[in-house]
Design a protein around this ligand. Structure first.
Ligand code: BG6
Length: 462
């Protein structure tokens, strides 16, 4: 098997606004649900300073040029553009992202922008958040504004980051739990908001391409028992296909509809929705992948899953449907996420077979505790191993016929993990701070930086 990737394969690196920028209330920025979220029992870094990317973006982008990436995935903080989520535009926010985009282009890096990454404006949350239809209108006004401001230079857009994980593990990401009824009304609004973004991008951005960005990973049955297979059918549908079937086919799939009916969830649909669902589609699928999930049919209501609680839904339990199960065939990282590179290949194959759209991986990586040495080195061979196995799986998927056109791992630079602080690091670039002490926030290149740099420059897995 050749180790060489197709010519023009898009090597990238990814971040989100709230996990990196800091400057949470500077230059007119409003608060988002990430700034206000409850962190009880969590003695970890918050997002007020994060890694100060807001002030250091020039230094960071120069490092990314040295790394050699062709694309840089970042998100826009909606609250920098509209501090209240709607209403008056904050010109300083528009200027900031103009500067970031121009800086990327100056360094020969294509910006790829996520419209929203977990940070809904708090002012909208107070009016009902995604449960309220008016948030769809506010989102549509916001995306129209950014397409007009940046669409002359930014041609690749991603809609709303991981709506599936946001709803499934609401407590860990949003700091509060939603009822099933709220969750799935939010699902409908998030997906309709996305349809509006597809439509507006195609209308406003010349040659603009846009895609959904869910977290997709196959759900395995715990055993060959038919009931466990049924459990995986339901969780695959609720976790993965419900979202992409809506985006790509414009419909609720039947397994998901059955799940909603049996759970007594009733979704309110607006007059305009049918036309939006069936007329506006993505140009590609962006997919985040860390691990696969295994489920069994729950036989008793007692206790949660045997899986250790994490963000990737292993601790899920829905009576009558599925229950997370720790896959004994897979190793775990130090934060209890299973490692399954073959699962990435089969997930890519399943996805491509189902939707026949080009795919780009917009997150994949290893969260680990790194150690900065006295000489400024960070020896993260474990991260190199993880990346090598997963990038090899990408190459195998391409060779098996999948139209995978890029790989943009998580993360370009160390950032604050969604619920585990700065101790869980993902970056190619180490940022010297700890949970409570921001220190100087100095940047250091890890061993994985040099490894990925070599991979990009040769277009081959070292
Ligand atoms: C994805 C998110 O779900 O997982 C990222 O899009 C997040 O924002 C990443 O950082 C890793 O999760 P965690 O909990 O380790 O930060």
């Amino acid at each position: 098997m050749t180790k060489t990737f197709p010519k023009n394969f898009l090597w990238g690196a990814s971040i989100s606004a709230h996990q990196t920028e800091g400057a949470y209330s500077s230059d007119g920025k409003g608060l988002s649900v990430q700034d206000t979220r409850s962190r009880k029992n969590h003695d970890i870094a918050d997002f007020t300073v994060a890694v100060d990317h807001y002030h250091r973006y020039k230094e960071d982008i120069a490092l990314l040029e040295e790394l050699g990436v062709k694309i840089f995935r970042f998100s826009i903080a909606w609250t920098r553009i509209f501090p209240e989520g709607q209403g008056k535009i904050n010109q300083a926010g528009i200027t900031h992202y103009n500067d970031v985009i121009n800086e990327c282009l100056k360094h020969g890096i294509e910006p790829m922008i996520t419209l929203n990454h977990f940070d809904l404006p708090q002012a909208l949350e107070e009016k009902g958040g995604w449960t309220s239809r008016s948030t769809v209108d506010a989102f549509s006004n916001y995306v129209q504004t950014v397409f007009k401001a940046y669409g002359d230079r930014v041609k690749k857009w991603l809609t709303i980051n991981e709506p599936n994980i946001m709803l499934l593990v609401d407590k860990k990401i949003l700091g509060k739990s939603l009822s099933l009824q709220e969750k799935y009304q939010q699902f409908h609004h998030l997906m309709i908001a996305e349809k509006k973004a597809f439509k507006l991008c195609h209308e406003i951005v010349a040659d603009g391409k846009i895609g959904p960005v869910p977290n997709i990973s196959l759900v395995y049955p715990a055993t060959s028992k038919p009931v466990d297979n049924e459990a995986s059918l339901y969780f695959n549908s609720v976790r993965n296909w419900a979202y992409l079937d809506f985006s790509c086919f414009g419909r609720y799939n039947t397994v998901f509809k059955d799940y909603l009916n049996r759970q007594g969830v009733k979704i309110t649909v607006d007059k305009e929705d049918e036309a939006l669902m069936t007329n506006h589609f993505p140009d590609f699928i962006a997919m985040n992948f860390y691990t696969t999930i295994t489920v069994e049919k729950p036989m008793s209501k007692k206790g949660l899953a045997d899986g250790i609680s994490d963000q990737q839904s292993e601790d899920i339990m829905e009576w009558g449907f599925y229950k997370g199960y720790t896959n004994p065939n897979l190793q775990k990282n130090e934060f209890n996420w299973t490692i399954d590179p073959l699962g990435l290949k089969t997930t890519l194959q399943t996805l491509y077979d189902r939707y026949h759209l080009p795919i780009i991986i917009t997150e994949n990586g290893l969260g680990a505790k790194d150690n900065l040495q006295a000489d400024g080195a960070v020896h993260d061979s474990y991260r190199i191993d993880y990346l090598k196995q997963h990038i090899t799986a990408c190459l195998e998927a391409i060779q098996a016929g999948v139209d995978l056109f890029g790989y943009s791992p998580w993360s370009a630079i160390d950032l604050i993990s969604v619920h585990e602080g700065i101790s869980k690091r993902y970056g190619f670039i180490y940022v010297d701070r700890d949970e409570k002490n921001e220190k100087q926030l100095k940047r250091y290149k890890k061993d994985s930086f040099y490894w990925y740099q070599q991979l990009i420059s040769t277009n081959q897995i070292p």
